[in-house]
Ligand binder design. Structure first.
Ligand code: HEC
Length: 177
């Protein structure tokens, strides 16, 4: 009968061999990090699933402020979107920029009519970004109020037309009333 000691020895030996194999693989150069080659399907799935689960686990602290549907809030968010996001996420009827074309994973199309934006989730994505993807965390450069303005704008994006986009991102002009 196999003793417990033998079992433990075997597990330790396998673990050490596994670590040696992992380090050898890391330094071998076998894994292709080029952004222009598609990710291995398992890696692509894992990166996406980890990102979704991580964001979902951290939403609890985000309290959606009142007034996100105010036109001036949405317009302010629109201007922030043009300055900070359109280079990767695009705009209606605009061909993907060279930066967007070169990203792996590709930036999701936030204008797709089928999207159902979630405010807390979008706040989390924008404030903290996503490691190992090109999605930057804007928590270092934008205040929470600006991030919520961007979230308010994102809520209007699904199916937005080119002219609505132009209107909602135009410079704010004083109104007469
Ligand atoms: C340099 C490119 C880049 C910039 C700039 C950028 N993003 Fe992203 N964004 C990405 C990529 C790539 C992803 C996909 C991340 C992933 O696969 O998990 C992403 C993901 C997202 C998501 C998650 C969407 C989803 O459901 O998967 C949101 C929301 C988002 N970005 C909003 C923004 C906003 C708003 C801005 C500007 C304030 C912005 N992004 C700026 C590249 C960018």
């Amino acid at each position: 009968m196999t003793s417990l000691f033998t079992v433990v020895k075997t597990i330790v030996a396998v673990a050490i061999l596994g670590c040696i194999a992992a380090v050898a693989f890391i330094y071998s150069g076998l894994y292709d990090v080029s952004a222009t080659t598609p990710d291995n399907a398992v890696v692509a799935w894992a990166v996406h699933a980890i990102s979704e689960a991580s964001v979902a686990a951290r939403l609890g602290v985000n309290t959606v402020p009142a007034g996100l549907d105010k036109p001036e809030t949405i317009r302010a968010g629109g201007r922030l979107f043009v300055e900070n996001c359109a280079v990767c996420h695009g705009a209606p009827e605009l061909a993907p920029t060279p930066i967007a074309q070169g990203l792996n994973p590709s930036p999701p199309n936030l204008f797709a009519a089928t999207r159902k934006p979630d405010e807390k989730e979008n706040f989390q994505f924008i404030k903290y970004g996503v490691k190992m993807t090109a999605m930057p965390g804007f928590g270092r450069s934008l205040g929470d109020d600006q991030i919520w303005q961007t979230v308010a704008f994102l809520h209007k994006l699904p199916g937005m037309s080119k002219s609505d986009y132009a209107n909602s991102t135009a410079a704010m002009v004083p109104t007469t009333n």
